[in-house]
Write a protein that binds this ligand. Structure first.
Ligand SMILES: [Zn+2]
Length: 199
């Protein structure tokens, strides 16, 4: 999904971050005044604000903005939602896919809104476990569905580039509520997210 490019950066925050990043460059042994790095503190200051814009977004408001009364009671599933976040322990990216399902109880939301909710929580400093639960809770509290399920599969650069250096490990987290506590419903969901229906 496309993001609105965030051009209006808070000047005070940008300047504060630039100063810190300039100091950080010196501390790791770099020359922040060499040509290639001259604009790096500013770029990084803006990138960091972009990548953490979720702090200023409200998932419940987004879901409520496209909430429709609809007597559907079958599972609604959006799978393979692209996800980019940053771990709060190392401020390094983790990325992968989110799969979201819910069983409506009279209310549905726009499918794209589910993807936006992923971004609201992913564009913050996160741990994958909390991200999974926050997405579930926002849907649960806004749509009051009969059940919600969220599964996230992600690769963490803090594991790949440093530490244990496991290049291919994928971390899977899940959160289930309501009907998804039933084995049959959960199995149907898990079968659907692992099926290649259109490939
Ligand atoms: Zn980490």
């Amino acid at each position: 999904m496309a993001y609105h490019k965030k051009e209006n950066f808070d000047e005070e925050i940008t300047n504060g971050l630039m100063k810190s990043y300039r100091d950080a460059l010196s501390l790791i042994g770099e020359d922040p005044d060499r040509e290639g790095l001259k604009k790096t503190p500013e770029r990084l200051a803006k990138a960091m604000q972009y990548m953490t814009q979720g702090y200023h977004l409200d998932a419940r408001a987004i879901l409520n903005s496209a909430k429709f009364h609809e007597p559907v009671s079958e599972m609604i599933l959006v799978k393979d939602i692209e996800l980019f976040s940053m771990c709060e322990h190392h401020i390094l990216p983790f990325f992968g896919k989110a799969h979201i399902a819910y069983i409506p109880n009279g209310w549905i939301t726009g499918l794209s809104k589910l993807a936006r909710v992923v971004d609201v929580y992913a564009r913050r400093l996160q741990v994958q476990e909390r991200l999974t639960v926050e997405i579930m809770n926002a849907i649960k509290e806004t749509l009051n569905p009969l059940g919600v399920a969220v599964v996230i599969e992600a690769q963490h650069l803090c594991m790949m580039m440093r530490g244990v250096q496991k290049q291919n490990s994928v971390t899977t987290t899940s959160a289930f509520d309501g009907e998804f506590h039933k084995n049959s419903t959960r199995s149907e969901f898990l079968k659907l997210i692992s099926a290649n229906l259109n490939r």
